[in-house]
Structure formats: structure tokens, C-alpha cells
Design a protein around this ligand. Structure first.
Ligand SMILES: NC(=O)c1ccc[n+]([C@@H]2O[C@H](COP(=O)([O-])OP(=O)(O)OC[C@H]3O[C@@H](n4cnc5c(N)ncnc54)[C@H](OP(=O)(O)O)[C@@H]3O)[C@@H](O)[C@H]2O)c1
Length: 273
């Protein structure tokens, strides 16, 4: 990443997380960030990184340009920076959910190297996981650069088929919320069983964190880990039977499908213009 300049447009959750991670790995003068909000620019400057209200200076020097704004604003942003992007021709990395590479490329004037990345919320604490896809203009060196940038906040996996980005969005992009919901449900269940709410919330959250650490080290072994804590005739077995009997697997399958469909829909709606 030496002699490589990175520009980040948008210093919200994701832009700030990426800038913070990169600041400890490369010279701050290799990074530039833009955002309309003075408080967010100040947080970037606190990292020793230049921050601008205008996107121009960021695009002008970027070899890799991260678009870290909400999907709804992406078309307008691309139209505003297309001219400068075409003269610099950086690798463009979009973290926006749903928006397809061909639409981003078209909005920016065409012929560009585009990477789409779908990180997730734990990226904000450098514990995310990201699915990446590259169009055919992206060189091996640029792939490596994109993986390095997302790698500062997350594990990185490449997809060869862009259509699967919608599925990855449904599993890992939206996924943290499913686990948060499970903690909410367990907390509510504990209260129903007579436990104080604060204690219940701590028990449920601590259990999620511990289970998360165990599965992180053995990602293929969810079923084996579950079997190990499910003694025949025991309490866990009774609970799991109840969940499966009530259609837990089908419910999760339908939820993931709904998220995948919404991601497709967003791409179609926002990319149509
Ligand atoms: N947060 C996550 O966990 C997560 C996970 C996966 C993917 N993503 C994706 O990452 C992207 C950013 O998400 P986020 O949560 O970081 O959003 P965010 O907190 O809203 O940050 C976006 C920042 O960019 C600014 N901005 C908007 N338009 C701009 C423009 N034209 N030029 C410069 N700055 C502009 C926004 O200002 P305003 O508030 O005034 O618009 C805001 O400060 C989204 O596309 C999202 O889908 C986020």
C-alpha cells in the first residue's frame, strides 16, 4: 500500500471505521476523507487525516476511492464527481447495499474498475466480515488493495458472481441484527420466567458473546458445537426440539430470503434511474 492514496467519501459509521483502521497502517497523508458535517470532519482530523467539506480534493488524489454514503445518495454523488473520476480513474469501492457495479460505473461515466463490498456492523469494532465482488476492469493489484482496505475492519471473502452479493447481504450484512433479535427474545423469555430484566439482558448478551467466540474459531462446526451442549434427555434438547418443531429453520430461511429480495429490489429501484 506504499505510494497508494486512498480517498473516502462519507465519514459516517463506515467511513470513520475504515479511516481509523487505515490510519494505524499507513501514513495519514496517504488518506483523505470528505463529509459535509464539521463534527465528522473533526473526528477524521483527530486521526491525523485530512478532511474536506468538498469531494473534489479527495477524488483528485485517490488511487482507491471508497464511496461510503447511503445507497439513496449514490447516484447524485456519482454524477457530481464523474468528471474528476474520469480524469483520475481510481479503483472505485462502493460499500452501498444493493447498488450494482454496472449502475455505479454508468453514473461515473463508464469504463472504470469497480469493487462492491458488503461489510457489516461489527466492522465498526474491527470485527466485521465482508463479501467483495470485482468487475472485469479490476487488476490483481487493485483487488489486493481493496481487500487490504476492507481487511482493516473485517475478514474478507470474494464472490465471483455479483448476483450473490444480495445473498451475502441477507446473511452477513443484515446478519448481526438477527443475533441482536435473538438476545432480545432470550431476555424477554427470561423476564417471563421470573428473572430480573438487567440480569436477564446480561445473561443473554454474555451467552451470545461466548457462543460467538466459540463459533468464530470453528465456523464449520455449528451443528457439532450444538450437539456437544445438547445432552440426551436434558434441558437444551427440550428447548431445541421446541424451536425446531415450531419451524425455526424455515423461519430463518424465509427471513434471509426476504432480506435478499429487498437487496435486489433496492438495486433495481435505485439503479433504474
Ligand atoms: N453501518 C454499517 O454497519 C454498514 C454495513 C454495511 C454497509 N454499509 C453501507 O455503508 C454506507 C455508509 O453507511 P454508514 O452507516 O456509514 O452511513 P452514515 O453514517 O449515514 O454516513 C454517511 C456519511 O456520508 C455523508 N454524505 C452523504 N452524502 C455525501 C456526499 N455527497 N459527499 C460526502 N459525504 C456525504 C453523510 O452526510 P448526511 O448524513 O448529511 O447524509 C454521512 O455523514 C451505506 O451505503 C451502507 O449501506 C454500512
Amino acid at each position: 500500500m506504499q505510494n497508494f492514496s486512498i480517498g473516502i467519501i462519507g465519514a459516517g459509521n463506515m467511513g470513520l471505521a475504515l479511516a481509523s483502521g487505515l490510519a494505524s497502517r499507513m501514513a495519514p497523508e496517504q488518506i483523505a476523507v470528505s463529509d459535509p458535517h464539521p463534527d465528522k470532519r473533526q473526528r477524521i482530523r483527530d486521526l491525523g487525516i485530512s478532511a474536506y467539506a468538498d469531494n473534489g480534493p479527495v477524488v483528485a488524489r485517490a488511487d482507491l476511492l471508497v464511496l461510503a454514503i447511503k445507497p439513496q445518495g449514490l447516484r447524485e454523488l456519482c454524477a457530481a464527481i464523474a468528471h474528476e473520476v474520469q480524469s483520475r480513474r481510481p479503483l472505485v469501492v462502493s460499500v452501498a447495499a444493493g447498488i450494482r457495479g454496472t449502475d455505479i460505473d454508468r453514473w461515473l461515466g463508464g469504463g472504470l474498475a469497480i469493487v462492491r463490498a458488503m461489510p457489516n456492523t461489527p466492522a465498526l469494532i474491527n470485527a466485521g466480515i465482508s463479501a467483495l465482488w470485482a468487475n472485469d476492469k479490476v487488476s490483481a493489484r487493485q483487488r489486493e488493495a481493496a481487500a487490504t482496505v476492507l481487511g482493516v475492519v473485517s475478514e474478507v471473502f470474494w464472490l465471483t458472481d455479483e448476483a450473490l452479493m444480495d445473498a451475502a447481504t441477507a446473511i452477513s450484512g443484515s446478519g448481526p441484527a438477527y443475533f441482536f433479535l435473538m438476545v432480545e427474545a432470550l431476555t424477554a423469555a427470561g423476564v417471563t420466567l421470573g428473572l430480573p430484566r438487567d440480569l436477564c439482558a446480561a445473561l443473554a448478551a454474555g451467552t451470545a458473546a461466548g457462543a460467538g467466540r466459540m463459533i468464530h474459531d470453528h465456523p464449520e462446526e455449528a451443528a457439532a458445537l450444538r450437539a456437544r451442549v445438547t445432552s440426551p434427555g436434558g434441558t437444551t434438547e427440550r428447548a431445541i426440539k421446541s424451536l425446531l418443531g415450531d419451524g425455526f429453520m424455515e423461519m430463518v430461511g424465509r427471513a434471509a430470503q426476504a432480506a435478499r429480495d429487498r437487496s435486489r429490489e433496492l438495486g433495481e429501484q435505485l439503479g433504474a434511474a
